[in-house]
Design a protein around this ligand. Structure first.
Ligand SMILES: [Zn+2]
Length: 466
């Protein structure tokens, strides 16, 4: 029963007890056996031992024996539409992969985007994501209400959601990578982005839908769109998101076209600041990292996608040491076919240990922090989500760690980070159950799988005939 299904009208409570808890608060407080009391959409109390006695309006008690409770995972970079173009151009680097896929991506329509969003969201929610985001930047002419379809899918799934309304206006004829028919005009992109913010952005505490301004990348967006996009976001009071410093090719492109490296180019267009977060940031020198730290610019670290496209290893330990906010991202599933965020905790830890800092690069608790509190920071919501603390929103996950995959791993946090992807027994978003025993509660997972397959095949047919 959902917490809000309380005929009496008083605030309904869910009590979770007997589980290990990693709060990911400022002190990394953990309880070997503790409780969480959820009242309405917020966490009322949390602590060691049993829940306080005498609580009223308790609509549900959960025995968390054999589980670890953590904050829900926060995904900070994704492209949902790619769910229906997975498994293509599997042996390409970024630029070649983009050139191979843009002609197909330019054929998407509203039904395809809805099906892809449902698949992307379902996969993440099932794996413990409570806050999702989609950086959507392909808006072909006449393709329908793509933003509305994506937001509708997130609402249906029950997850908290940020739509980064993307755009592209630098096509092949202007020295960019996307084909001419896949881009918008400068004016068209800005007007549509503003309309999306007015229509869908909720600035309140507990908002389920937010919108960010998100031109795609330096090699698909004009300098004017970068500048005016930043001005628009600040005028509307929403956040800014884009891709940055992903590959050596991008670095070369920026030097050739702008006479600047990517970070200096972003600075020159108004794109450094505490209201900005950028995906990847793989190729950053010391002064780039210092600029991000000084301005509070956030990073969405996407280790699997960076490995899949051979982009390199982002300097996450150096960023954290400098004070840069860092979250984790799945990235689009055309470059990370799994589409899961919980495995990114493990991959972030392992891949960063292959870099300069070796075994000291990241530990299990730092990886968990990246996937929770760090994500909340880069989305500008660290006072609302990202840790389990009284007064924050009730977005939490109960991971099953007494099964075959995890029961013999000594420490619960180590179990979910170093071990296999742990099953999700219960996931709450805004105090409402979204996943129970690994099953999505509000949608039919098998119907989503069938529709995604059908729409992927329809897109492939259309692209082949174009
Ligand atoms: Zn991306």
């Amino acid at each position: 029963m959902a917490a809000s299904a309380n005929p009496g009208g008083a605030t309904a409570r869910i009590v979770i007890e007997n589980c290990a808890i990693a709060t990911v608060d400022a002190d990394d407080t953990e309880y070997a056996s503790g409780y969480v009391v959820v009242a309405g959409n917020t966490i009322e109390s949390i602590g060691a031992g049993k829940a306080p006695e005498g609580l009223e309006n308790v609509v549900r008690r959960v025995d968390g024996t054999g589980h670890l409770a953590t904050p829900g995972l926060v995904n900070t970079h994704h492209h949902f539409y790619q769910w229906i173009t997975r498994g293509l151009a599997t042996d390409h680097n970024l630029f070649n992969w983009l050139v191979a896929l843009y002609p197909t991506w330019a054929r998407i329509d509203e039904d395809m985007v809805r099906a892809a969003a449902q698949g992307s969201l379902g996969m993440m929610a099932r794996g413990g994501v409570t806050t999702a985001m989609d950086h959507h930047y392909v808006y072909p002419k006449g393709s329908g209400d793509l933003s509305g379809a994506i937001i509708g899918a997130a609402r249906e799934m029950g997850v908290r959601f940020t739509l980064a309304r993307g755009s592209m206006d630098r096509s092949e004829k202007d020295g960019g990578l996307p084909p001419d028919f896949a881009v918008e005009t400068l004016e068209g992109a800005l007007a549509a982005t503003e309309e999306t913010v007015h229509k869908h952005h909720d600035a309140s505490f507990g908002a389920m839908t937010q919108v960010a301004v998100a031109p795609c990348s330096p090699f698909s967006v004009s300098t004017e769109l970068m500048k005016q996009g930043a001005e628009l976001a600040r005028r509307l009071g929403v956040r800014l998101h884009t891709h940055g410093s992903e590959t050596v090719e991008e670095e070369k492109f920026c030097h050739e076209l702008f006479g600047l490296g990517p970070t200096d180019y972003f600075a020159s267009t108004g794109w450094l600041g505490e209201d900005v977060w950028m995906a990847h940031c793989v190729h950053m020198n010391d002064s780039d990292i210092e600029a991000f730290a000084r301005t509070g610019t956030g990073v969405a670290h996407c280790p699997s996608s960076n490995a899949r496209l051979a982009a390199g290893i982002a300097r996450v330990p150096d960023m954290l040491a400098a004070g840069v906010p860092v979250g984790l991202g799945v990235d689009g599933t055309a470059s990370n076919e799994s589409g899961e965020l919980h495995t990114e905790l493990r991959n972030a830890l392992l891949i960063n240990r292959l870099g300069a800092h070796k075994e000291a690069a990241l530990n299990a608790r730092q990886a968990l922090r990246l996937g929770t509190y760090g994500g909340a920071q880069v989305l500008g919501r660290a006072s609302q989500i990202g840790s389990l603390e009284a007064g924050k929103l009730a977005d939490l996950v109960l991971w099953k760690i007494d099964g075959i995959g995890h029961s013999s791993i000594a420490d619960p946090v180590t179990a979910i980070v170093f071990g296999a992807a742990a099953p999700v027994t219960l996931s709450l978003v805004n105090g409402e159950p979204v996943v129970e025993d690994g099953r999505l509660l509000h949608v039919d997972e098998y119907a989503i799988a069938r529709t995604a397959r059908d729409e992927a095949q329809r897109l492939a047919r259309i692209a082949a005939g174009s």
